[in-house]
Design a protein around this ligand. Structure first.
Ligand code: 2P0
Length: 352
């Protein structure tokens, strides 16, 4: 699905509601070439480029309303006050928006996720993409889609990709000796990827919706600092990206799937070799990986990818999605959701 950047730009020029608040919707994305590892934690600059598909399921809706006179931000997550780290990350993000907008008002933020939070189903991607769009509008920051992607990146790296619909690549940007902070920030953002005749389905096996034991942020840091396999994966990931882009351009699902699967399993290998090891894969994750292999042996092109949690996502043809879902459900006794390419982040039209 092509991203409607012009529509987003037009909305942002006039995105605020009468009370100065704004509401935005964003969808999660699943990386086919993964982001794993930061070279700069404060600016959220990754070591490698990554490439993802934005989904049409599990949207996050976020409202930001300025609260003149308040001394702190009020952040609500799924109807309950945001606790600890989650609230601190939202306030740190709003501080960045306020600094750029030259404004000081605190805000009332309400977020609702339809995806289980923190279970490796990319809630932080949709969450910070929606927060970036809503807060930029509420504070009067006029940013185009590229600027919003940079901003969303500061909240959570993968959020930079959810600004765009369909397929998106997040450029790591590169350091040179003379880079200023502004230059580094400008160089790292997502952009849409040209795709040939390809409209895949992603079958999501919901193996475990509970929060993960190790946050992806901590797992990434530990992997970069201690895994002897990290450098090898990062290097092979560059080749994976080249091959992935080529396969997408040609609408070659088999190559897209093969590259996505090896890139994801390689990422998990880096974590398993970290000290101490980070293991997101569960026995049922492996059962689903076996099911995917069996489907392929039976002639069904199906390919697995796994993020920072046990849930397995299976890329396949739209026309095979029912068969793949049935096979996964039978093997893992779990609920299954079928996703397709979804839209980029946008302001809720009710604001206008
Ligand atoms: C990705 N993941 O490319 C990878 C694959 C999980 C596995 O991006 O620290 O929540 O906020 O930048 O974006 C999850 O990490 O991490 C993630 P931060 P984020 O989708």
């Amino acid at each position: 699905m092509p991203v409607d950047v012009q529509l987003l730009d037009a909305q942002l020029l006039d995105g605020r509601s009468r009370d100065g608040g704004a509401t935005a919707v964003a969808h999660p994305n699943i990386a086919l070439v993964k982001y794993w590892g930061k070279r700069d934690a404060r600016l959220v600059l990754p070591y490698t480029d990554s490439l993802s598909m934005t989904l049409d399921v599990f949207p996050t809706t976020t409202s930001v309303r300025l609260s003149p006179g308040a001394t702190a931000d009020e952040v609500t997550l799924n109807g309950a006050p945001a606790q600890g780290e989650a609230g601190r990350r939202v306030t740190a993000f709003l501080d960045l928006v306020r600094e750029r907008a030259g404004r000081a008002e605190r805000a009332v933020v309400g977020t609702s996720n339809t995806v289980p939070t923190g279970a490796g189903l990319a809630s932080s991607a949709s969450g910070f993409a929606a927060l970036a769009v809503a807060s930029a509008a509420a504070y009067g920051l006029r940013l185009d889609a590229t600027g919003l992607s940079r901003l969303a990146r500061r909240g959570s790296g993968s959020a930079s990709r959810s600004i765009f619909g369909g397929f998106a690549v997040w450029r790591a940007g590169a350091n040179t000796d003379r880079d200023t902070e502004t230059a580094l920030d400008l160089a790292s953002h997502a952009e849409p990827v040209a795709v040939g005749d390809l409209t895949p389905a992603l079958v999501i096996a919901l193996l475990d919706a509970g929060p993960k034991a190790v946050s992806s942020r901590e797992a990434m840091r530990r992997t970069v600092e201690t895994s002897p396999l990290y450098r090898a994966w990062a290097e092979s990931s560059r080749d994976d990206l080249v091959e992935m882009r080529e396969a997408l351009r040609h609408g070659d699902l088999a190559t897209v799937g093969e590259v996505a699967e090896r890139n994801a399993l390689g990422m998990h290998a880096t974590m398993l070799a970290a000290r101490p090891a980070v293991r997101y894969l569960s026995p049922t994750s492996l059962t689903v990986l076996d099911t995917v292999l069996r489907l392929r042996r039976d002639g069904v092109p199906a390919y697995a990818t796994i993020d920072a949690g046990p849930n397995v996502k299976v890329l396949c043809r739209r026309s095979d999605a029912d068969q793949v879902s049935e096979a996964v459900r039978a093997a893992a006794s779990c609920p299954v959701v079928v996703a397709h390419c979804g839209p980029g982040a946008c302001l809720h039209t009710g604001n206008r």
